[in-house]
Design a protein around this ligand. Sequence first.
Ligand code: NAD
Length: 502
Amino acid sequence: MTIFTPEALEGSRLPIFVAGEFRASQGQPIACFDPATGEEWCSISDATETEVDAAVEAARTAMRDPAWRDISQSDRGIMIGRLADLVARDVERLSQLETKDNGKILREMRALTQAVSVGLRYFAGMADKVQGTTIPVNKPDMLNFTLREPVGVIGAIVPWNSPLLLLNRCMAPALAMGNALVVKPSEHASAAVLALAELVAEAGFPPGVFNVVTGYGATVGDAIVRHPGVNKIDFTGGTATGRLIAGAAGQNLKPAMLELGGKSPHIVCEDADLDRAVNGVISGIFAAGGQTCVAGSRAFVHESIYDEVIDRLVQRTKEIRVGAPTDEATQLGPLALWAQVGKVGSFIESGKAEGASLVAGGGRPEGLGNGWYVEPTVFANVTNDMKLAREEIFGPVLGVLKFRDDAEMIELANDTAYGLASGIWTNDMNRALKFMRRIEAGMVWINTYRSPSIMSPSGGFRDSGYGKHNGFAAIEEFSRIKTVVIDYSGQTQDAFVMRVAK
Ligand code: NAD
């Protein structure tokens, strides 16, 4: 087998992974770029419909294969644990592949890949602990219980920003419950997901349990969503794409879980520990170059400390080390996509045109060659009606707004179409807990930010999507309940009257 490393894959066309083996795709090539240099480094294929069919068929076959269907829950857990060990062994290689494809800093990709291993281990432990329930149905001599079964074939459609971590939020619980997967990584970042396929094979999963077909969303992604052989869709990506997928899945009566975009409010109260709060705001927007769904892109600062916080944010922003993502000293790497550089630039222009004050950044750094870099940027005097505050930018641009009191703060924070994450910095717990109750967001962070855990349910409200990853909630997403009724009365019932509880 090939060992997937950036060096080994340089200049090659990556295969697809179907029924436990790598195959050359017959589809059209798609170039993959290294955002740090702007150079093409390898290519993938836009897999054909026949190849998507083959991947779905392989997954369906795996669901009927006694080696997977009848494996004991504990053995399934052991197999997932083996995969966790292999990911831990290969953290460096997998992280380098992700950085090569999406430009995010290597230090962060290492942490996230390590988290993939931890997540696999968590769900490996869950595999033999999932139980049904026994239900009292008010009928003597009748037993009603539930079974939790796999859903079947899961179509996982993954974005480019953290391919392995985001895929694993679906993969680990789906495998723990005995499902099979057909995965479509982003056309911008497929290499690490293919490398993971190699490890799935090494861990000993039966062929077809895990398949990867590369390509565009409109072709391969859409074919997976509409495929009658796929039982559920797990999608992480943009809200506009989520709407398309929900529509197509709905037409096929297929459940979909959607983890979409955000415009998360990040609040700094006047009683907060300002050192920690400013650090949190900087981390919330500039970690990963703002290319995270939970980016705290709207900071709300109490009017009494507004100027001081702006000064501190500007100072911290100017100190951020922008550079090559593989350099251990770098804090902010390039953007993942060239198109994103233009999009972020247009948001910066719109901020200026709408009257916000550009107080840090706003341009492209010099001396970094042709890499897709944008300076970390801060706008002050932003208001919630500006484009900058309403739309997801997915780049290193922070808008700082002002609030007078808590009522206004909650109103402004909730004045968005999204509802993914939120954060508040305050030393007044009453205030924090009221915020927790009133904010319309799936995740609330108090005196911390961007602190997810595989053990803690995550997912958005409103235009940020529906469904929950992580924790036991994910087991519920990737299993279905079957209800079983046994009549042990030995009596013959009235054939024409339904036996309902009295
Ligand atoms: P995207 O929506 O452009 O693409 C995501 C995936 O969907 C890709 O694999 C793409 O090929 C595929 N796709 C596109 N059109 C499709 C279609 N019609 N049918 C099926 N598949 C299709 O998103 P992106 O640019 O890759 O990622 C960035 C977005 O992801 C941001 O909006 C971000 O907020 C969101 N995101 C959300 C979360 C979360 O947990 N809520 C996490 C990470 C990223």
